[in-house]
Design a protein around this ligand. Structure first.
Ligand code: GLC
Length: 670
């Protein structure tokens, strides 16, 4: 190794174990290059020396990327952000976040992928590969159990072993296959011990079980005691922590921490510095191409939820009204994932008029100019009347709405639309039934009060600087929507497991255990408004010809045909779910274990192939302390969504005991 821990004095070693400010590591009195880290998952968030955000490409949020179900686009997303990072001098991108969407209230759900660990892990893995392909490191975060913002710095997530392994560790375990340079610990305690001091979590699971050999960085100001964090194998305490030097020196003198433990952390920092030095940072997209990549991902992730009477796509020559200022400047999520872009989007109204030159496309701010409505001076009646008059008689009215604000350090207070938007829809319906609702939110919305009365719903998500281009392209049919939900949409917050309960401030007991998202709704027999994996297209797809070939004891190749039976080219996300038919332990009704996105021309048929292996059938046995696949029958279900199963096959697993051992990822040589 180029840098030797013995070159450093004790003070220099300890200084290396914390930042020198928010974003940089120490140079150890000029002996070492510094590392520059920067957020975030939805694009580069970097500040100049005056603390002003530098502009960067505002990519769609990871929640929107997840709705693409496209591994190649996940790679492209990471690669694109890495271009900005390389250009602006960041060495490590503090992303992706893979925390599971356990409650739709979580303020940071927009930054995360899914309620399902497999979808989250696979897309995060490809995102990491994309970032690191450009010589920029990543930070897989937040390990673990950070599933809401309320109380994140104090409230312990009390999670059982099966849920940890099958749900909360799992996306990290899968994403680690891409060898992220760093992993970031979570703020919260897990089972009573802060993640930053939780040696079982960081060393026992991350390093010893999953084989992670990179650097573990704390979340920002998440460290309570520096020496305890280092003993738990946190290598880098961020940002600069003035307590670290006195705290670690005192602990060393008292024998609470050894020089070997300190040197082990220092060595990991030196390894990271070397990795950064040896990295070949490459820029392969121009600024314009990065923007185009953002548009491409947005087009593939925006999800069509309802399209009654095929009111979409809009027709040239039609008479339309666009309502709401979110059609001009869509919102995104707040906090460390916020991205400052200098890209000026055209409005949806302008774009629709360009794309439909013979149409009439009007605009109205809407009767709920939010600032007016929320403030004391409720909007004047004539504003409302003007909007309704404008809407009256139009072929369609495209209404832009959003839910409660989403961001870091707070959770949503409800999952409906903002009240003024619900009233707007209610009032507009009196003057025009042909409403197309565009939802500019990034977490599940309870639409039950109005969904039956409107003709179409497009879930726009937080789609970054390419939102309006992507959305307009879908509205006029230039782009055939192909996004599918990566989280279930419940009818009502009370249908969710946690409801509005958010723990008692000290502890939140995850007594839903493994039953999270669709796993919960299906087991509890609770209908949802839109199921996990649901999304409409302008095309129709037929599934046929399921074949299952056994290639080894628990290895199978599942293949099936998809036909685009429409006259419109499109893309279909097919999903592979596995059900343990006769299980000796409680298990979900079914679990996602494979997926593919297939582009099909009108009338075209393609054969899709998905591989299943031991982990597709196994559950985590707390009795055996390893993954275990019971012998017996399993159903293989091919679905257009978790609730729209098109093909079903069966396989039989027959493993000898010794094969069980060899197949499982045996953690502790038992
Ligand atoms: C924040 C976030 C983390 C982010 C870091 C640096 O508090 O939890 O995701 O990367 O601090 O901004």
């Amino acid at each position: 190794m180029k840098y030797d821990v013995n070159q450093l004095t004790l003070e220099e070693k300890i200084a290396l174990l914390t930042g020198i400010n928010e974003w940089q590591t120490s140079s150890a009195n000029g002996k070492l290059p510094q590392i520059f880290v920067s957020d975030g998952p939805n694009g580069l968030q970097m500040f100049d020396e005056n603390g002003v955000r530098k502009s960067a490409t505002a990519m769609p949020a990871l929640s929107l990327l997840a709705q693409t179900w496209d591994k190649e686009l996940a790679y492209l997303d990471g690669e694109t952000i890495a271009n900005d990072a390389a250009e602006k001098g960041a060495d490590i991108l503090l992303a992706p976040g893979v925390n599971i969407k356990r409650t739709p209230l979580n303020g940071r759900n927009f930054e995360y992928f899914s309620e399902d660990p497999y979808l989250s892990g696979v897309l995060a893995r490809e995102f990491i590969k994309g970032v690191q392909s450009r010589g920029i490191g990543t930070s897989l975060k937040h390990f673990c159990g950070n599933n809401r913002e309320k109380g994140r710095r104090v409230q312990s997530s009390e999670i059982d072993e099966r849920a940890l392994n099958e749900i909360y560790y799992r996306p990290f375990e899968i994403a680690l296959e891409a060898k992220p340079w760093t992993v970031m610990c979570a703020y919260n305690p897990v089972n009573g011990v802060y993640a930053s001091e939780n040696k079982k979590l960081l060393k026992g699971v991350l390093r010893d079980k999953f084989g992670f050999d990179g650097l573990i960085v704390s979340d920002w100001a998440s460290v309570q005691s520096s020496y305890k964090a280092l003993k738990a194998t946190i290598d880098l305490i961020m940002p600069y922590n003035e307590d670290t030097l006195p705290n670690v020196k005192a602990a060393l003198e008292k024998g609470y921490i050894t020089m070997e433990e300190i040197d082990a952390c220092v060595t990991n920092v030196l390894k990271l510095i070397e990795k950064v030095q040896n990295a070949n940072k490459q820029i392969n997209y121009t600024k314009k191409e990065r923007h185009e990549n953002a548009v491409k991902i947005a087009k593939a992730g925006i999800t069509l939820l309802k399209n009654e009477e095929n009111i979409l796509p809009l027709k040239d020559g039609g008479n339309y009204l666009v309502v709401g200022d979110l059609s001009k400047k869509p919102i995104g999520g707040l906090g460390s994932a916020y991205v400052q872009t200098d890209y000026e989007q055209k409005t949806v109204t302008e774009l629709l008029q360009e794309k439909l030159p013979n149409a009439q496309v009007g605009y109205d701010k809407g009767a709920c100019a939010c600032a007016d409505w929320a403030g004391a001076n409720r909007v004047k009646l004539e504003y409302a009347k003007r909007c309704y008059v404008e809407a009256y008689g139009k072929d369609a009215v495209v209404v832009f709405v959003s839910g409660d604000t989403e961001g870091e350090s707070f959770d949503r207070s409800h999952i409906k639309l903002k009240r003024e938007y619900e009233e707007l829809i209610e009032n507009l319906l009196k003057y025009n039934k042909n409403l197309i609702i565009v939802v500019n939110s990034a977490s599940a919305i309870d639409m039950s009060d109005w969904i039956d009365d409107v003709k179409a719903v497009v879930y726009e998500g937080f789609s970054g600087e390419g939102t309006n281009e992507a959305l307009s392209s879908i509205l006029v049919g230039e782009t055939n929507p192909s996004g599918k939900l990566a989280e279930s949409f419940p009818y009502d917050l009370d249908d969710t497991f946690t409801g509005d309960y958010a723990g008692d401030g000290f502890v939140e007991w995850y007594n839903d255990s493994i039953f999270v998202g669709y796993r919960y709704y299906e087991r509890a027999g609770i209908d949802v408004l839109f199921p996990f994996g649901y999304g409409l297209s302008y095309s129709k797809f037929a599934y046929s010809n399921l074949k299952i070939e056994q290639t080894d004891k628990t290895d199978f190749t599942v293949s099936y045909d998809i036909t685009n039976t429409s006259d419109v080219d499109g893309a279909e996300v097919s999903q592979v779910y596995v059900k343990d038919v006769f299980s000796m332990v409680v298990r979900p009704e079914q679990e996602l274990k494979g997926f593919e996105k297939t582009f099909l021309k009108a009338g075209e048929t393609k054969t899709v192939s998905v591989k299943l292996d031991f982990r597709s059938f196994a559950y985590y046995s707390t009795a055996l302390d390893r993954w275990h696949a019971e012998n017996g029958v399993f159903e293989i279900r091919i679905g257009a969504s978790s609730q729209d199963i098109r093909l079903v096959g069966k396989v039989n697993i027959e493993l000898e005991d010794d094969e069980q051992q060899s197949q499982a990822f045996v953690y502790y040589n038992n």
